[in-house]
Write a protein that binds this ligand. Sequence first.
Ligand SMILES: Cc1cc2nc3c(=O)[nH]c(=O)nc-3n(C[C@H](O)[C@H](O)[C@H](O)COP(=O)(O)O)c2cc1C
Length: 275
Amino acid sequence: MAKKQILLNAFNMNCVGHINHGLWTHPRDNSVDYNTLSYWTELAKTLERGLFDGLFIADIIGVYDVYQQSIDLTAREAIQLPVNDPLLLVPAMAAVTQHLGFGVTSNLSYEPPYLFARRMSTLDHLTGGRAGWNIVTGYLDSGARAMGLLTQDEHDQRYDRADDYLELLYKLWEGSWEDEAVRRDKAARVFADASRIHRISHQGPFYQLDGYHLCEPSRQRTPVLFQAGSSDRGQLFAARHAEGIFIAAQDKDKTRQLVQDIRRQAWPPAAVAMT
Ligand SMILES: Cc1cc2nc3c(=O)[nH]c(=O)nc-3n(C[C@H](O)[C@H](O)[C@H](O)COP(=O)(O)O)c2cc1C
């Protein structure tokens, strides 16, 4: 029988209380130091020493304010509040490791794709190609309100928007700069060849763009894409785009069924427009 390889992925969040609520009060728990660089650099070094392949950092935009219509419990128990930006942790952790990958959660609903494309490319440059993105569309109305909206988009429409967002990002990451565009030729005084840098035009249902990607190609161009959709629409999105899919399954039969469903939808791979 062919040997199977297990990849180990740690799971954390840039906050005090991620999912094991109350654990932060344990005498040997140091989650309250989440807002220091050393907490993260030590974690990264420990994971690499322990042969972990990646660290996955969850994130939310918004607060849990539905229970008793307040944030009282959320704040007292530090339930994903306060929550700092996950992306900013990565360069520091990359600097003290060599192999560890970083999967950063980012909610695309509130991020203009042009700017997000640059941030992820920058992260991929600085990590030498160890950047990943857990694509989420959000689930908190409190986040939508904080961003000036009345409520979130309806559930399936969030994934329609996400499909358009990803189409646009692929164009920027994969299609704007050719591999040979960057010459770095000091003697000839030519850094890049403009004829190999392409203007991207995107006229999608949700996003329109006319411009050049701001970054030269990074090691991966498109970072490793993770997703965790579990609804029919979420699974379809995940099957189309993700390279790694998080599933929350309760027993073997359901897990088998879920994996089969996702595989069926993922194959043959959907064609991605590059023009
Ligand atoms: C392991 C795992 C991690 C997840 N991490 C996040 C996260 O960090 N932020 C977030 O907004 N949603 C997160 N989600 C929620 C999913 O993105 C997704 O919205 C959820 O599974 C419901 O599926 P649906 O969107 O298809 O309804 C996570 C889900 C799972 C199973």
